[in-house]
Design a protein around this ligand. Sequence first.
Ligand SMILES: C[C@H](O)[C@H](O)[C@@H](O)C(=O)CO
Ligand SMILES: [Mn+2]
Length: 415
Amino acid sequence: MSQRFLEAKEIYQNMGIDVEQAISQLQNFPVSMHCWQGDDVVGFDGAGSLSGGIQTTGNYPGKARNPKELMDDIDMALKLIPGKKRINLHASYAIFEDGEKVDRDAIESKHFQKWVEFAKERGLGLDFNPTIFSHPKAEGLTLSSADKDIRDFWIRHCQACIRISEYFASELGTPCLMNIWIPDGLKDIPGDRLTPRKRFKESLDEILSMDYDKEKVLVCLESKVFGIGMESYTVGSSEFTINYAKTRDILPLMDNGHYHPTEVVSDKLSAMLLFHDKVALHVTRPVRWDSDHVVLFDDETKEIAKEIVRNDAMERVLLGLDFFDASINRIAAWVVGMRNMQKAMLFALLQPYDELRTLQDAGDFTKIMMIQEELKTYPFSDIWDEYCQRNQVPVREKWYQDVKKYETDVLAKRG
Ligand SMILES: C[C@H](O)[C@H](O)[C@@H](O)C(=O)CO
Ligand SMILES: [Mn+2]
């Protein structure tokens, strides 16, 4: 233990904050790392180029082109990230062998066996997502389509994904969060807003009518405000999603890129926690729109983390990251985003919430402001460095040299 850590610990202690407790709480809080940062959301099923109103921009060399490369890259990133991690997969990352190929409505557990082996060997949990975009049957509406064949195709896909999620949970001994997100929307002012939403509701009901183990598979539904090319109407809006999730006893998922620019998820979380047993989050960084930039150690990320901690919700909030930046080294993108999320959680664990609550009730807003501002320049970095050391990952910027070496030795050799 460094002298700096011991001194920092004492400074926090004087504010009534138990640093060791904060560290051990963080150690048990899982952050789910999304596989799709590694290959610009391409996947392995070759079903279609990226669609659904989301976009990766940039052409940094060395993206993963197959399962082995993606797994190697994930491994590289995991070595540099402290704390408890999970991996979040999309259905489009199915691994087909011996020339076999099935469409998305026919995927099975065996197509994810290699991922399960990967996760098992590393002691990771897996989360999952149906991939309802980048496919010929997702050129228009999907689960809300007027075409019954299209709806049925995606219903079968989601049900297949529930089976696969069940397989993940059984094999890995940890529940799998399965997130349904559809891109469905319209570019211009609709002639009918109600009917697609009604069809979406009925499709979801049909998906959930299957028999599955609700202890193993935590189904959640992600809302959105708009997508590129679908600016005027979004079927799976926030209101739709919250109402649907509440009435069907599934989880709502809030992605902090999916709201109007002055709305913040940090403010929504306490309201959601009063009505839902568990809430799922995609933490991202929207720059002017749902741009999915790498997560920073910025005010909103810290505020989201503070809400999770101060509302005693570390076991009720299931947190994953969701960004895809192709303009920078993709492994560095994962490492920066994941380390920042962990940092934000640690920062949030080092706050005197009881005192802040008491001060608020007493109307002492001056002292609340003073404490929160002073804490910004507390020796947080010494606690973070100690946390990295205990997790045997590089301290401060030392991880970057490992990424650069991997770039030279591995990424640069990819065509
Ligand atoms: C690839 C993801 O599932 C996707 O980003 C979704 O979660 C989303 O946020 C769409 O905007
Ligand atoms: Mn998302």
